[in-house]
Design a protein around this ligand. Structure first.
Ligand code: UD1
Ligand code: CA
Length: 445
């Protein structure tokens, strides 16, 4: 491949995606939390092109913002992939290197595959290359029609004869075109077809008429080139992304027991030696350090998890949680916007919110921080080595001092000094024989 400064990339993303039945531009739908168009741009950035131009539709400011700092051109009238490519090619001006044209709704193509596509374009007498794929069910795709080993043209599903529909070599939509010829060829694309649109897929026939060859790079993995037209397709790609993220983590030394039920976010950072049990969901902004264990059915967002920490089963972390070394969040525990010092434990059935906990704290079963007064959130501070008994309510703002004990069942609304015992329960009352008298009274009537 030539130096990448001889490469420009065009991404077609102006379609509204009406079949998605959503107000969002199609390419803004997310896969593992990252919009489709940004998956594609990440791959494109890996090719280090001289320029990348994204074609968007009118009123798509959210999409324009998502693709910065790359160039954006607006296709005012949606008149087909050929029309979209023409506008982008104008923006490229007299760029004379290779131009890679990609569809924003087929975002999972790998960089290696695109390099093969560019290499195919650089063959002798070849003016453009297309990325093809052999598929079991070619329905809906454009078909690559060849004669004597040469590409003659691409025919769209709606324009194809029965014989052409039987062809299993499909057009994935990715093209690489000689930048010197691109604008001239696009000017010749017409819209005399079943959809009345300008098809970029007319380029091979236009080139052939000039005696210029079209090469086909055949992608062997259909998952890479699958496009999204419906929410059903989006779910299929989500599965592909999930597998890809898990494979990458496992290759880096993360033990994922069941990749089929492990949901990594696009930005999840897992260190080597981390163990993830089945049915765990990671949201935005999670990093997990060496030796930590995430047990089954946990849901974790916005959290920094320290070395050797243990989470779950059935734990929920969110809103900015820091768990220091060897701390533990156990079964049916929710922790929100809190810091847990080294070795601190919240083993069962608790809510910890807006809390700064020191090291070596034990937070008993069923204990909670009452952090919200109906209007504002308040802080709880628990210092090193404190022991919070079972079923305690800590009414924030409140401070439990170092090494203090809070007796089980206490509702604490005032600070507890270091090393003290706080015991706040209603007075004991025993009525001897009350139960049998009560039963007797009830059974009389
Ligand atoms: C297109 C190809 C088809 C190929 C398939 C692969 C054409 C004519 N057909 O069909 O051969 O098998 O992709 O998935 O190219 N877009 C614009 N402006 C437009 C129209 C489309 O930017 O005016 C963008 C869309 O946002 C989308 C992409 O181009 O990201 C593809 O458009 P779409 O209408 O989905 O094409 P397909 O019918 O899937
Ligand atoms: Ca499509």
């Amino acid at each position: 491949m030539k130096h990448s400064k001889d490469l420009a990339v065009i991404i077609l993303a102006a379609g509204r995606g009406t079949r998605m039945r959503s107000d969002k531009p199609k390419v803004m739908h997310e896969l593992a939390g990252l919009p489709m168009v940004n998956w594609l741009l990440k791959t494109v950035e890996g090719l280090d092109p001289a320029r990348a131009v994204v074609v968007v539709g009118p009123d798509m400011s959210e999409l324009e913002a998502a693709v910065t700092p790359h160039e954006v051109v607006v296709q005012e009238v949606r008149d087909g992939t050929g029309g979209a490519a023409r506008i982008a090619a104008e923006a490229l001006g007299d760029f004379d290197g290779d131009v890679l044209i990609l569809l924003g709704d087929a975002p999972l193509v790998r960089a290696e595959t695109l390099r093969e596509l560019v290499a195919a374009r650089q063959g002798d007498g070849v003016g453009l290359s297309i990325l093809g794929c052999r598929v079991d069910n070619p329905f809906g795709y454009g078909r690559v029609v060849s004669r004597d080993g040469l590409v003659e043209r691409i025919v769209e599903e709606k324009d194809a004869t029965e014989e052409e529909r039987a062809i299993d070599l499909i057009n994935t939509g990715a093209f690489c075109v000689d930048g010197m010829a691109l604008r001239g060829w696009l000017a010749q694309v017409g819209n005399d077809n079943a959809q009345g649109e300008f098809y970029i897929t007319d380029l091979p026939a236009i080139a052939a008429a000039k005696g210029v060859k079209t090469a086909v790079a055949v992608c062997r993995d259909e998952d890479e080139v699958r496009g999204v037209n419906t929410l059903g397709d989006l779910a299929v790609l989500e599965g592909g992304v999930r597998r890809r993220l898990c494979e990458q983590a496992m290759a880096e030394g993360v033990r994922i027991i069941d990749p089929a039920t492990t949901y990594l976010h696009h930005d999840t950072v897992l260190a080597a030696g981390v163990v993830v049990e089945p049915s765990v969901v990671f949201g935005d902004g999670v990093s997990v350090a060496e030796g930590a264990q995430i047990k089954a059915f946990s849901y974790i967002e916005d959290a920094e998890i320290g070395v050797g920490a243990v989470i779950g089963p059935f734990a929920r972390l969110r809103g900015g949680v820091v768990m220091e070394e060897a701390s533990k969040v156990g079964t049916f525990v929710e922790v929100k916007k809190s810091v847990m010092g080294a070795g601190s434990k919240v083993p069962h059935l608790s809510y910890v919110g807006d809390c700064v906990m020191g090291a070596g704290v034990n937070f008993g079963a069923g204990a909670i921080t009452a952090n919200y007064d109906g209007f504002e959130k308040h802080q709880t501070r628990i210092d090193d080595g404190a022991f919070v008994g079972t079923n305690v309510n800590l009414i924030a703002p409140v401070h439990v001092g170092e090494g203090a004990f809070v007796a089980a069942g206490s509702t604490v609304s005032e600070d507890v000094p270091a090393d003290a015992l706080a015991l706040e329960r209603s007075g004991r009352k025993i009525l001897s024989g009350w139960a049998s008298k009560f039963r007797a009274r009830k059974s009389k009537g």
